[in-house]
Design a protein around this ligand. Structure first.
Ligand SMILES: N[C@@H](CCC(=O)N[C@@H](CS)C(=O)NCC(=O)O)C(=O)O
Length: 221
């Protein structure tokens, strides 16, 4: 077992992006093991039989296999950007918004994304319903650069990977919608050093590989 936490991750998974964003912000150095979903490593399935990424194994053997829990763990270790202490509102309100997006927006996003070609009618209904949640985010972002104030918080890093996924199903449609403050917020994220830092093309891990340390040295901004 490593003396650093080990993170099983899949680059394009929004949940794994959430975990990497929180870990990058915390600057807690981990060993990153990039996986592919159709060929999950035995060790990952041993420590987390439910088989979803991200999974974090701590040096003491503790396993955390929910993305939000990983984010909260990393930031409770070190939170130099004060992601857990928003300028407006409080952590409970942040967690409530993340939960709403995970429980209500994400299923709509999946229906939209996975039925886009096969069942467009159902996909477009889901898209319209999902857009209602973006309208709500847009209202928040009309008066502030980030969801809970003028600086980034846990809410932004947890939610933005899912909005990115939603946007990328049909970019022409998304970027012509009237939730313009969500579009600005997403674009700021996509252009950020923070995003670049979590999205290098990691090579797929196999036992015996040299450890890939994550995050690298640069501080996100
Ligand atoms: N509630 C979990 C969900 C994680 C999740 O569903 N991850 C997807 C990838 S984005 C996954 O691993 N799915 C398993 C599979 O496709 O085999 C979390 O927040 O970590």
């Amino acid at each position: 077992m490593s003396d650093r936490p080990t993170l099983y991750s899949f680059r394009r998974c929004p949940y794994a992006m959430r975990a990497r964003l929180a870990i990058a912000s915390s600057q807690v150095e981990c060993v990153l093991r990039e996986i592919i979903l159709r060929d999950k490593p035995d060790h990952m399935l041993e420590i987390s039989p439910k088989g979803t990424v991200p999974v974090l194994e701590l040096p003491d053997g503790t396993v955390i296999d929910e993305s939000l829990d990983i984010a909260l763990w990393a930031l409770s270790e070190h939170d130099p950007e004060l992601l857990l202490a928003p300028i407006e509102g409080n952590l409970d309100e942040i967690l409530a918004l993340i939960l709403t997006m995970d429980q209500q927006f994400k299923p709509l996003l999946d229906r939209y994304k996975y039925r886009f070609h096969s069942e467009p009618e159902s996909a477009f209904t889901a898209r319209d319903d999902a857009a209602g949640f973006l309208g709500h985010l847009n209202e928040r972002l009309q008066d502030r650069a980030y969801l809970f104030g003028s600086r980034i918080s846990l809410a932004d890093i947890c939610i933005v990977p899912f909005v990115r996924q939603f946007a990328f199903v049909d970019k022409d449609w998304f970027f012509s919608q009237d939730f313009s403050d969500v579009i600005i917020w997403l674009n700021v994220f996509l252009d950020s050093e923070r995003f670049a830092q979590i999205m290098p093309k990691f090579s797929i891990w196999k036992p015996g590989d040299n450890p890939i340390l994550f995050p690298g040295n640069s501080h996100p901004n």
